[in-house]
Design a protein around this ligand. Structure first.
Ligand code: C5P
Length: 203
């Protein structure tokens, strides 16, 4: 069983994907962390995320044991991730790891931007989790604490634009994805809606 969970930043897809994995007893992969690891490595090496050669080299030699680095979750690293993610060679370097992960028994939930469209186009269930930019900015601001709402909203809009307009694997709902708009839902409602969709697919 392969479950693809895609959507823009801060729509709730990470929380929903984790809850799905726990509910159904499947493996879970936050694919954004792979791009974040590449972005973080560049920043730590004092390089710009626009350094394409360094980004590709980093993606090809990625050490997934660094998955738990606390700095991965910062907005700066999220922005760097979305810059390196534009590069098709970076994306290609990360593809095999994701596809092998998805094949695990008894199932796997992967969350990202292109899981249902590129990484696992034959996934058994596809969810596209979205919410308005304003709602996502409020949630992200609450998570981050101090940052200003205006800055967070601007960052979310910039990330949406970059993720949706890139040539390779842009952020888009797969034609066969079930769209869940969480703007007016709390997390329990959103998780329940997602479990219902996956439960139907699992038969
Ligand atoms: O989901 P998260 O915010 O951690 O992702 C960080 C960035 O990584 C995204 O803005 C996106 O540009 C990139 N990404 C991607 N494809 C994925 C997952 C993340 O391009 N499957």
């Amino acid at each position: 069983m392969i479950i693809a969970v895609d959507g823009p930043a801060a729509a709730g897809k990470g929380t929903i994907a984790r809850a799905l994995a726990q509910h159904f007893g499947y493996h879970f992969l936050d694919t954004g962390s792979l791009y974040r690891m590449v972005g973080l490595s560049l920043l730590r090496d004092g390089k710009t995320p626009h350094d394409e050669a360094a980004a590709v080299e980093n993606a090809r030699s990625l050490d997934v044991s660094r998955f738990c680095d606390a700095d991965l979750r910062t907005e700066a690293v999220g922005a760097a991730a979305s810059i390196v993610a534009v590069n098709p060679q970076v994306r290609a370097a990360l593809l095999d790891f994701q596809r092998v992960f998805a094949q695990q028994s008894p199932g796997a939930v992967l969350d990202g931007r292109d899981i249902g469209t590129v990484v696992c186009p034959d996934a058994d269930a596809k969810l596209y989790i979205t919410a308005s930019p304003e709602v996502r900015a409020r949630r992200r601001q609450a998570e981050l604490g101090a940052a200003s709402y205006g800055d967070v909203l601007a960052d979310i809009r910039a990330r949406d634009a970059r993720d949706s307009t890139r040539a390779t694997a842009p952020l888009v709902a797969a034609a066969d994805a079930v769209v869940i708009d969480t703007s007016d839902m709390d997390i329990d409602q959103a998780v329940a809606a997602a479990i219902a969709v996956v439960g139907r697919a699992a038969g």
